[in-house]
Design a protein around this ligand. Sequence first.
Ligand SMILES: C[S@@+](CC[C@H](N)C(=O)[O-])C[C@H]1O[C@@H](n2cnc3c(N)ncnc32)[C@H](O)[C@@H]1O
Ligand code: SF4
Length: 456
Amino acid sequence: MENIDFEKIGRFSKAGPRYTSYPTAIEFKDSDEVREEYIKELKTLKTPLSLYFHLPFCRSACYFCGCNVLYTSKAEKRLRYIDYLKMEMDILKKYLDTNREVIQLHFGGGTPTFFTADELSEIIGYIKTTFTNFSDKAEISCEIDPRYLDEEQIQVLTKNGFNRISFGVQDFDEKVQTAVHRIQPFNVVEDSVKLARKYGISSINIDLIYGLPFQTLETFKQTLELSKKLNPDRFAIFNYAHVPWLMKTMRKIDEHTLPEPTEKLKILKYTIDYLNDNGYKMIGMDHFAKPDDELFLAIEKGELHRNFQGYTTKGGTQLVGIGLTSIGDGERYYIQNLKDMKSYEESISQGKLPIFRGVKLSDDDKIRKDVIMELMSNFKLNISRFEENHQVKFFEYFKDEVVNLKQFIDNDILTIDKNSIEISFTGSMIIRNIAMIFDGYMKKHSESKKVFSKTI
Ligand SMILES: C[S@@+](CC[C@H](N)C(=O)[O-])C[C@H]1O[C@@H](n2cnc3c(N)ncnc32)[C@H](O)[C@@H]1O
Ligand code: SF4
């Protein structure tokens, strides 16, 4: 593996988006026009569907959590939420052909397994009667907090075709776990992973986060060793996004205990080497998979895609988000559901889709989205394919951007010629910084630090 000058690339650390969408969510506007046009688009698209259900509840707060979560332990809140999810699906049926093929279904959270086995069964049952055309090859996945998974729940999931599970592990070190308020011993995680395997889940992913309080290269080495024992098919290794101005619980973390960018880069470099030596290949920005995994095969063909759930082989779908705060991704629109429960319920009770804010993509947005997603996914851009798809001359359209890439060329972070942009191994670690060059909204935000998390 390449030697990396950590000091040098550590200097690139600055605030920047993670590009699960482009334009990013801060460009989403509360607009009647966007909502109306999105609904029109829902009626016209014919592409296969990818469904995302947000199940927002958790029992207690992990201080690092950046997800949209409601903390509760009340059963009546869950039951009430199920009723509203069903009503939301009924409303959707008016605007969307729910016989379109579904090739992806994802339960995210919060903690989906905060719902009991019977409750999960009821939700899935309603989804299957609403969306009647599930592909035999559909990818059906669920995020699971290993502290909350029992045998009945996994039975319900596997009986209903769930074939992928993503476990939130984050870190195994006790001091780190205490600092982030998430005590989760190894045996708890191991038992959950065994349970999933026992019922035939064919793809298991483990989420880890680097950049958490008290983490060092040494502690993270231990976390990796333990995680490897679980033999997951994939790893997602997230860079901790610290945005305490947005997430109250993050204010409980003492910023002095967070590792410095150079330590984080060492952790990342070690992680990449370690996983590579142990049979995993790096996929896009923060994912790793075994070489026979379809994600890896997709990257080989340059066909990897990025969306709100991370990386996927399933491009060209329409993502429909259902439940509080969910985001949909159509041909020309991103749209997000309401974020507070009261307005979400009110909208549904009035028979209206609970959509709230979104953005219509201009031609320029679509062009930039394509470049950014391609770089974030495949670490290269095929310029002739890009020009063919968009009917624009790359070097004319991105005259200023190409000049701005010089800082990366000079640091051996990327190469560019008339055919392609290729990102080096070192460059893959700061891929967000490179993508930011092509972000048409960046200038507007460069004044304000308090928008995005740090890239390193
Ligand atoms: C919705 S959460 C996970 C589901 C489940 N509740 C759990 O915690 O196991 C999805 C993943 O996002 C990641 N995550 C959450 N907050 C994050 C943050 N601030 N920065 C980076 N990754 C984060 C965690 O790795 C987490 O497992
Ligand atoms: S990390 Fe998972 S369990 Fe923890 S608060 Fe966030 S969604 Fe809930």
